[in-house]
Ligand binder design. Structure first.
Ligand code: ADP
Ligand code: MG
Length: 718
């Protein structure tokens, strides 16, 4: 089989298979080889039900029926019950403390059960076995395979409708045994494999799909995790190198000018802000365009850094043109934020005779107005664009409407992006001037992610952390509330509401049509919780409901009501982008806190940070273990979001980091994110290759180029 040939040319596929494979993005033999198992289980002897004996570990296939939840008779503990039936008989299954299991399966679905058979008097049953969906009941087994020792690990692949784990197992094995591996060349240079003691591609593919023991798949997975990060780094480092060969405006402000400006600010900069400004000004002086990421918690003062460096930029005349002015554009993710930045910039630059423009989907403004120099005025877009094009307006603030094709700047030197993860190379190139001069780029984000992840997904950017809050800032008083303190806490919150403040309630889910399930899962849903609060906790207040399934207009309506104080409580899910700024909302309740990462909880509580009153965050946890309470307590001690992101990574693993999907890293790649040494190794090796052979001309590097091209195409297809 040719590794690059299509699966359908090699295997007989049903339309179902084809559809599922397409959905999983698997087209070629090589794709299938790179589709790795999600887990491995020691394979147990498979038996028919009528052959089971007490105390043995087995696998049984069958239909599951009589699913029910209940309570144990004595201790009233929640349990789930079911019966497993095959062609030969039936057996009862019990799950203690896992009532939700009964809700995870439908009556009559086919399952595979792994576990120990328990025997009480003459009755056999399974207690707390592993259970998973299966495609079919395999043929009844006639002879009993009772291997002396379990000597291989069975891989489980991610299933999808119409294609089973077994299908993958079978077909991958065929490929592995077909000699196809001889046609593959290892994309990682040999030198690197040796240096880090990583197995070759051939060995790794066999070990990851058909391991004999743990010691096989662990190094194999490590190798593929490294490979993924290495190629991301290679791509990012190459981009970085490309930028370093481009031209930019050199900006070299006098320190007097800057001092004059910072002295005008109504506060003293934090040490962190000063360092950030210094990093940026350092980049401005270089010959090539800056590519920098400024990461700082909500409220850490990123806007001031943007304003100071913007000032440095517009007060430095372009080379060979003493009367011209360099330009800055500042892009925000929402209109509300663009308006806010516009306002801040007007205040910050007032009296300095600096013009500022605003461009959003719903209109354009210019500051100062001719009639009233202390105010902004609405102007037509065409007029604004003319002034931007002839260089008369040095600062243009806006939403993504800014990167439309018809916007031309005269001397665009500096682009600032606030919270816009998707601003890529392509958009940046669009802002390039005709003469090939690229603007300096500053991306700002408040999303706390661990350092290893930042180094990977932002590998083309230099990193500055704004990890200090302005002095005297109120913090959100955070309390982890165990179930028995709920009533007491509601009373405290009631006092806040009574004095006119407002409340956010965040729930993990939107709604739960099955009340029994809600109870079983112990997860609060927005609609149910809102109804419950209205009925029995805060009947005297109006409650709004906000979640992602609402239409855009409905959402706006709900937010408007809350902003206007017509509703006092807003019950919402976490996914709702709350581009909402309600200083009067001083309290936030987070339900089902154990379902969220710490960094995410931190971001959620950031919503009440803007309040001028003391703000409170109550983290309601149903978690009973000391460990889960301990984990949440970190919210009250950590200094910033980054610390919490690192804790998430340490305690729950990379798979648990919220927002995982948007980064385009596989689960396996995420395993590498936990390992700073691996990430640094991948980064250093990629850097070195790009440094000595930027266009991959060396023979050893041909294959790198090929893979990068493929990777690029894949990204563009999406
Ligand atoms: P973010 O990093 O979330 O964008 P902002 O730039 O909006 O934060 O700043 C939040 C608030 O903190 C603003 O009201 C700003 O004026 C204020 N601020 C910024 N820097 C300082 C400082 N060094 N000292 C005191 N207040 C500051
Ligand atoms: Mg901000």
């Amino acid at each position: 089989m040719n590794p690059n040939s299509l699966l359908e040319e090699n295997f007989r596929l049903t339309p179902f298979h084809k559809k599922s494979l397409q959905k999983l993005g698997l087209r070629t033999i090589l794709d299938l080889l790179y589709f790795f198992p999600v887990k491995y289980s020691s394979s147990l002897p498979q038996k028919n039900i009528n052959e089971l004996l007490g105390d043995e570990q087995v696998t049984v296939y069958g239909k599951i029926v009589n699913l029910e939840t209940g309570k144990t008779w004595k201790s009233k503990k929640a349990i789930a019950k079911a019966t497993l039936v095959d062609q030969t008989g039936k057996i009862k299954i019990l799950w203690m403390h896992q009532p939700y299991i009964a809700k995870m399966f439908r009556e009559n679905s086919i399952v595979r059960v792994n576990g120990k058979v328990s025997q009480k008097k003459d009755v056999l049953c399974f207690i707390n076995p592993e259970i998973e969906k299966a495609e079919e009941i395999p043929m009844p087994i006639l002879t009993l395979p009772t291997p002396a020792k379990v000597e291989f690990l069975e891989p489980t692949y991610r299933e999808s409708r119409g294609i089973s784990s077994r299908w993958f197992h079978y077909h991958v094995e065929r490929i592995l045994k077909s000699g196809t591996l001889d046609q593959l060349s290892d994309p990682i240079p040999k030198k690197i494999l040796e240096k880090y003691n990583l197995p070759s591609l051939r060995t790794s593919l066999i070990w990851i799909h058909m391991p004999k023991r743990e010691n096989d798949y662990i190094p194999a997975r490590k190798r593929f995790a490294f490979e993924e990060i290495f190629f991301i780094q290679l791509e990012k480092q190459r981009e970085r190198k490309e930028y370093e060969q481009k031209l930019s405006f050199k900006i070299n402000p006098t320190s007097n000018d800057l001092k004059f400006f910072t002295d005008r600010l109504p506060f003293k900069l934090t040490a962190s802000q000063e360092k950030s400004v210094a990093d940026i000004l350092g980049d401005f002086k270089k010959d090539y365009p800056m590519s920098r990421l400024l990461e700082g918690d909500v409220g850490s003062g990123k806007t001031a850094v943007a304003a100071i460096t913007s000032y440095a930029c517009i007060t430095t005349p372009p080379k060979d043109n003493r009367f011209g002015q360099l330009q800055v554009t500042y892009m925000a993710p929402t209109e509300i934020l663009a308006n806010q930045h516009f306002k801040t910039f007007i205040e910050t630059f007032s009296g300095l005779n600096i013009k500022v423009g605003l461009l959003t989907g719903s209109g354009c403004k210019k500051f100062p107005s001719k009639l009233n120099p202390s105010e902004a005025t609405v102007i037509p877009k065409s007029q604004l664009l003319r002034w931007v094009a002839n260089g008369e307006i040095p600062i243009l603030i806006g939403t993504h409407a800014l990167i439309q094709k018809n916007i031309k700047f005269k001397n665009l030197a500096y682009v600032i992006i606030d919270e816009q993860h998707r601003f890529g190379t392509k958009q940046r190139a669009e802002l390039r001037k005709k003469d090939g001069i690229l603007p300096h780029l500053l991306t700002m984000t408040a999303t706390p992610i661990p350092r290893t992840l930042a180094l990977t997904i932002y590998g083309d950017l230099d990193l500055t952390l704004l990890d200090q809050m302005p002095a005297g800032r109120k913090t959100v008083i955070t309390e982890v509330v165990p179930p028995n303190k709920r009533e007491e806490t509601y009373q405290k919150i009631g006092q806040e509401l009574k004095s006119g403040r407002q409340l956010f309630v965040i729930c993990p889910r939107i709604n739960e049509p099955d009340p029994e399930k809600e109870q079983a899962l112990n997860v609060k849903s927005v609609s149910e919780e809102a109804a419950r609060l209205k009925k029995s906790v805060f009947p005297e207040y109006e409650i709004g409901i906000l979640h992602s399934k609402l239409k855009k207009e409905e959402k706006e309506e709900v937010m408007k009501d809350f902003e206007a104080g017509e509703t006092q409580i807003l019950c919402a899910t976490s996914v709702v982008e709350v581009g909402i700024n309600v200083p009067n909302a001083t309290t936030i309740i987070i339900e089902g806190a154990e379902r969220f990462g710490l960094a995410q909880l931190h971001q959620l509580r950031g919503r009440v940070l803007r309040s001028s009153h003391q703000a409170y965050c109550y983290v309601f946890s149903e978690g009973k273990t000391q460990k889960s309470i301990q984990r949440l307590k970190a919210l009250t001690t950590a200094k910033n979001g980054f610390e919490l992101a690192e804790l998430d990574l340490e305690q729950r693993g990379a798979g648990e980091l919220s927002g995982k999907k948007q980064w385009g890293i596989s689960d396996l790649g995420m395993e590498a994110i936990k390992n700073i040494r691996m990430v640094e190794a991948a980064r250093n090796e990629a850097r070195e290759i790009v440094e000595i052979d930027p266009s991959f001309k060396e023979k050893d590097h041909f294959v790198l180029k090929e893979i990068l091209e493929k990777q690029k195409n894949k990204i563009h297809f999406e």
